[in-house]
Design a protein around this ligand. Structure first.
Ligand SMILES: Cc1cc2nc3c(=O)[nH]c(=O)nc-3n(C[C@H](O)[C@H](O)[C@H](O)COP(=O)(O)OP(=O)(O)OC[C@H]3O[C@@H](n4cnc5c(N)ncnc54)[C@H](O)[C@@H]3O)c2cc1C
Ligand code: SF4
Length: 480
């Protein structure tokens, strides 16, 4: 009888790829995890219990066929594992690196629930597709037949690119417009290199271009080209512009120099450290933490990326203020642990009340101590101030990471009839991406609010199907 290759979770312990030591990590912007060696990937994949009803798969936004590609990896059929993996995911190696697996696939792995430690799904997913790239199995799209219709996609983030890929596979002519000089959206300029190295994103952009996707970069829709022109030029339009408006802080001194927005800070760092671009605000020190006492305000993943970037830039000290406690923070616990190992200090249950200034520049944060009070309507305990427990935290650079809101697109673009929700996100059907305008679809953060790369990919793939249905309607062809 053939030897059972799977269900090894009883005898094989969970193991992650090697993590570089904190001292080494602090000195560069490279990813912190090494790649699995081939034997290790096989061994870890073989821990899967091959559940009849795989909860990992149902909790993956892309419903990746995880048990099958784990089995194929465990049995050495890596090229088939890659084929299965890429059939449901446009960027498997990116999701393997940056999905919050503890909240998605791995958090719902049955062997995790039974106390054996989850299968390291993300690390195996990354290994499969990184190997596919090395082996030359990842090829540019070659549609069986070209179609005459064209689709204009506004926004080259994961939502727009996932749709571009799927539409090109169907032979549709695709043009992607983006206001940045490089495609990738937040994967390029938001997420730091120590979580996602930039050549991983750039090779995907190159591959899409090689497959026939046209990119029009440095093109701010609404400014450089009117939205209506894009609509007139293409048979359908997809809006995938993300959310970029930072929530602001109030209080005395909130406008002082040296108080900067998380995304400005991270973009400057990504440009300077990962692409070697000349960034005047970085070179002048305005967006550079080197030698400074840095305070980051916020408890989400963006705040975690800021604190860890500041450490790598050589800050004198890095503190993170968050108004709830560790258990109630929105950011991933894995990232907090990484940040602590690298030397970040967390000040839980604290909130800024205002800022002190010296010579027109921020000099400190007036910190209000908080406690968790009664739960609110969502069941989450609300933070409340403890009177008389304020203190002053010295700071030369304050980075605010309080979340993002959508820009007012109908106003910015002068478009009538594009409905938005009361949060300012575009009102679109969640499965098709259809908006209130005929032939206009929307996906990703601009529909969901700040979310995840994997959800943007899912939306982009779903919308591409709806766009194809739209293009296939006799009315759409007749209208040409
Ligand atoms: C700092 C940070 C860290 C994150 N870390 C993670 C993580 O670890 N894991 C994870 O899953 N998610 C993470 N996210 C969230 C994730 O990056 C987003 O959910 C995802 O990128 C959304 O994809 P999108 O395609 O909707 O938009 P985006 O990635 O934001 O792309 C939108 C694109 O549209 C372009 N654009 C906007 N307006 C215009 C216009 N008028 N004209 C032309 N182009 C325009 C922008 O330049 C951009 O390239 C992080 C986000 C941030 C900010
Ligand atoms: S895409 Fe994300 S959630 Fe889905 S299997 Fe991969 S790491 Fe898990």
């Amino acid at each position: 009888m053939a030897k059972q290759p799977m269900l090894k979770f009883v005898t094989v312990a969970r193991d992650m790829p090697e993590k570089r030591g904190a001292d080494e990590r602090r000195a560069d912007f490279h990813e912190i995890y090494a790649e699995f060696a081939a034997e290790k990937a096989k061994e870890q994949a073989s821990r899967c219990s091959q559940c009849g009803v795989p909860y990992c798969q149902s909790h993956c936004p892309l419903h990746n066929n995880i048990p099958d590609w784990l089995n194929l990896t465990a049995t050495g059929r890596l090229q088939e594992a890659y084929e299965v993996s890429q059939a449901t995911n446009t960027f498997p190696e990116i999701c393997g690196r940056i999905c919050p697996q503890d909240r998605l696939c791995e958090g719902n792995c049955v062997i995790e629930q039974s106390g054996h430690g989850t299968v390291t799904i993300g690390a195996v997913e990354k290994y499969i597709t990184d190997t596919a790239w090395e082996e030359g199995w990842v090829k540019p799209v070659k549609p069986a037949q070209e179609r005459p219709e064209s689709v204009g996609i506004i926004g080259a983030g994961p939502g727009g690119l996932a749709a571009a890929d799927m539409l090109r596979r169907a032979g549709v002519q695709v043009t992607v417009y983006d206001r940045y000089d490089r495609a990738g959206g937040l994967m390029t300029y938001g997420i730091p290199g120590f979580k996602l190295e930039k050549d991983v994103v750039m090779r995907r952009n190159d591959q899409l271009a090689a497959g026939g996707v046209s990119f029009v970069m440095n093109c701010n829709v609404g400014e450089d080209i009117p939205f209506d022109d894009i609509r007139a030029k293409h048979d359908a339009v997809l809006i995938a512009t993300g959310v970029y408006q930072s929530r602001d802080l109030g209080g005395p001194g909130a406008g002082a120099a040296g108080i900067v927005k998380a995304l400005d800070y991270l973009t400057a760092s990504n440009r300077a450290a990962n692409f070697g671009d000349s960034v005047p605000e970085f070179d002048s020190g305005e967006l550079n933490a080197a030698g400074k006492k840095v305070v980051v305000i916020g408890g989400g993943d963006t705040a975690m990326d800021c604190v860890r970037t500041a450490i790598r830039q050589g800050a004198e000290s890095v503190k993170c203020l968050y108004r709830r406690d560790r258990a109630n923070m929105p950011g991933s616990q894995r990232e907090v642990q990484n940040a602590e190992e690298e030397g970040v200090q967390f000040e839980w249950l604290t909130a800024p009340k205002g800022f002190t200034e010296k010579d027109g520049k921020v000099a400190g944060v007036m910190v209000q101590k908080m406690r968790l009070g009664a739960p609110d309507a969502t069941g989450r305990q609300s933070p409340e101030a403890i009177e008389g427990a304020d203190y002053l935290e010295d700071a030369d650079l304050v980075i605010t990471a309080l979340g993002f809101e959508p820009e007012d697109l109908p106003k910015l673009w002068g478009v009538d009839g594009l409905d938005v929700t009361r949060w300012g996100t575009i009102r679109a059907d969640f499965t098709t991406g259809k908006t209130s305008l005929d032939g206009v679809f929307a996906v990703g953060d601009i529909v969901r609010g700040a979310s995840l790369v994997v959800w943007a990919i899912r939306d982009g793939r779903d919308a591409s199907e709806a766009i194809l249905d739209y293009l296939n309607q006799p009315a759409a062809v007749a209208a040409e």
